[in-house]
Design a protein around this ligand. Structure first.
Ligand code: SF4
Length: 608
């Protein structure tokens, strides 16, 4: 065997996979040649339906058949042609041994009835004769290796007691426990916050350097791949449209589709300043506390929203950003009167909405609509699109059947779909198209304010940029005012006129998008910016925020960000910073905001 052959861990040749249905057969994968060398990280990028997951499942011998069928091709792992092997070999020697898979959703991968420690020890013991004591030591060592703080405590926990990011680290520890030579990671950070995503990507990168992991990294986003892969393959409709070293592909993309993918990752940082002083929504001192149900913490409250003041102008888009648990959704749900407020007032068109009668509130609700994050869950699969869009019309407007259908078709056209789509079911649409249907439903009753709750996080990059364009054009043509919730500052930068950054129930920074993008001032905003994966040829630039967001039941004293803030000074733990207004349009709650070279100087002086 020559040197080149010895380096190869996985080789795929002329692989063709079809999907059979009553409508006939469809080629879902047709790849000529993929080579993955030992110690290499290969990124596979493509939209939903490009064939990425089919490829991963085919390698593992897990392709559901029917409807899937491998028509031809070879999959050679370490010199062995996997297509020639029987189920027992694949089960005993390949899956969970030579090859480990990391799925999108760690909760469905972990067994909920066993502790993390038991699950890890089971895998370790399967890999070799080892005593319980040593298996436990090894399990704790692996939990530390994947940077879980207090590994001994995590060892004794059940999956539901961990956060999404912690669970994904446990899955990585499991993959390492089975000493897999190849790890297939299928969009492992898809459901995670941008900050947690950054820390998981950095962990992969570190492990790759430390123990020479070989990784097949599947992603729908070129920016993620550029953060740590060596080589990349761009898949479209099951075929390879471009391949090469990440740097070359990014600097000099050849395929039109690759150029489009790169373009859709670029952020617009030259927005026009929004000019309208008419206030539509005024929020004053809004608080929402939830009583804790657990017996041990009786009498305590989750302070999800803790004193928010905000004026939203007519026609404006406000981007609300922050990690999961920062109170973004509770804030808008309280405005939507889905939660009763603990304190504070909300005025919509100068009307105090918390003092309205049920009937009056119904009238206001018509004017405020919401589009949810996941169009796969928010549309009833048993209903025709026509009924889904007409639902709010039936509640609020009582039109004749003919007028109702006319309005539904008008709305479908408005969001870029066809009138005849009214007679299809949600499953017949892609993720992006479903989100258009959800937007059409929200617009049915001519709202003035629309809340978009993570409108693009469940759809792929190409559909994302189309949905963002649609939202901007609807704002222009209908004069909508929009509250846009997102943990992704990149999405917000393209749409929002102003950005409101939340941390543990409070606003830490509020200002024009241009200003915040040019120079984020609060350390938390800076950290959020640094966690956004950007397309970069050097794979650098990605930084994670240390630690996770603390519990809102007992938030840290003083500045709530101080345990994670790299610039914290003694004073930060003792007293809470109030919002400082800079040039009347930019507010920041941080003691160091007025310093000329704030971070360096103050940290050095006060801590000296
Ligand atoms: Fe960091 Fe202190 Fe500013 Fe809070 S007040 S963000 S801890 S420097």
């Amino acid at each position: 065997m020559n040197n080149t052959e010895a380096k190869k861990l996985l080789e795929i040749k002329n692989l063709v996979v079809e999907k059979h249905s009553i409508d006939g057969s469809l080629k879902v994968l047709n790849v000529d040649d993929i080579v993955l060398n030992r110690g290499e990280t290969l990124g596979i990028v493509g939209e939903s339906g490009a064939g990425k997951t089919v490829l991963a499942l085919t390698i593992l011998g897990l392709l559901p058949s029917p409807p899937g069928k491998i028509v031809s091709g070879r999959i050679i792992l370490d010199g062995v042609d996997l297509r020639q092997q029987n189920h027992s070999y694949m089960h005993k020697d390949i899956r969970g041994h030579k090859v480990a898979m990391i799925f999108q959703d760690p909760m469905s991968t972990l067994n909920p009835v066993f502790t993390v420690g038991t699950q890890l020890m089971n895998v370790i013991k399967k890999e070799g004769h080892i005593s319980n004591k040593d298996a436990k030591l090894k399990a704790v060592e692996l939990l530390s290796l994947v940077k879980l703080p207090d590994a001994d405590t995590v060892f004794a926990k059940y999956p539901h007691q961990l956060s999404g990011g912690q669970r994904q680290r446990v899955i990585i520890a499991l993959a390492l426990a089975c000493k897999a030579e190849l790890i297939i990671a299928d969009e492992p950070t898809r459901n995670l916050d941008v900050t947690i995503q950054a820390s998981i990507l950095l962990l992969f990168k570190e492990l790759q350097q430390k123990i020479g992991l070989t990784v097949l990294f599947i992603a729908n986003n070129l920016a993620l791949v550029s953060a740590f892969c060596d080589n990349v393959i761009i898949l479209r409709h099951g075929c390879i449209v471009e391949r090469g070293c990440v740097k070359d592909v990014l600097i000099n993309p050849q395929a039109e589709y690759t150029k489009l993918l790169i373009q859709s990752n670029k952020h617009n940082d030259s927005k026009k300043i929004f000019n309208n002083n008419e206030i539509l929504l005024k929020v004053k001192g809004l608080r929402k506390y939830f009583p804790v149900e657990k017996a041990k913490q009786k009498g305590l409250f989750v302070k999800a929203v803790d004193g928010i003041d905000l004026n939203v102008k007519k026609g404006e888009i406000i981007g609300i950003v922050g990690e999961s648990g920062c109170g973004k959704s509770t804030f808008v749900n309280t405005i939507l009167c889905l939660h009763a407020p603990t304190a504070g007032k909300v005025y919509f068109n100068d009307e105090d909405i918390f003092s309205l009668s049920k009937n009056e509130l119904r009238h206001v609700r018509k004017k405020i609509q919401i589009v949810f994050q996941d169009p796969y869950w928010s549309l009833d699969p048993r209903w025709l699109v026509r009924d889904i869009i007409a639902e709010p019309l039936r509640v609020h407007e009582h039109l004749t059947a003919a007028n109702e259908l006319y309005r539904v078709e008008e709305l479908l056209t408005l969001v870029g779909l066809k009138p005849e789509d009214a007679f299809l079911y949600p499953h017949e649409f892609s993720g992006g198209e479903r989100q258009r249907i959800a937007i059409a439903r929200a617009l049915a009753v001519n709202p003035e304010l629309v809340v978009l709750d993570e409108p693009t996080s469940a759809i792929d990059v190409m559909s994302q940029s189309q949905i963002l364009k649609l939202i901007e054009s609807l704002r222009q043509s209908l004069g909508l005012t929009i509250l846009l919730i997102s943990h992704d500052l990149g999405v917000v930068s393209q749409l929002a006129d102003r950005i409101m950054v939340m941390y543990l129930g409070k606003i830490v920074e509020l200002g024009y998008t241009n200003d915040i993008f040019k120079e984020p001032l609060h350390p938390y905003t800076k950290a959020l910016f640094n966690s956004i994966p950007r397309i970069s040829v050097d794979g650098k630039g990605l930084q994670a925020i240390e630690g996770e967001i603390p519990s809102a039941v007992s938030p840290p004293s003083g500045c709530r960000f101080h345990p994670r803030c790299p610039y914290a000074i003694t004073r930060c733990a003792g007293s809470e910073p109030v919002a400082v207004s800079l040039n009347g349009t930019h507010e920041v709650s941080c003691f160091l905001v007025n310093k000329l070279n704030p971070w360096q100087e103050e940290t050095t002086n006060e801590n000296a």
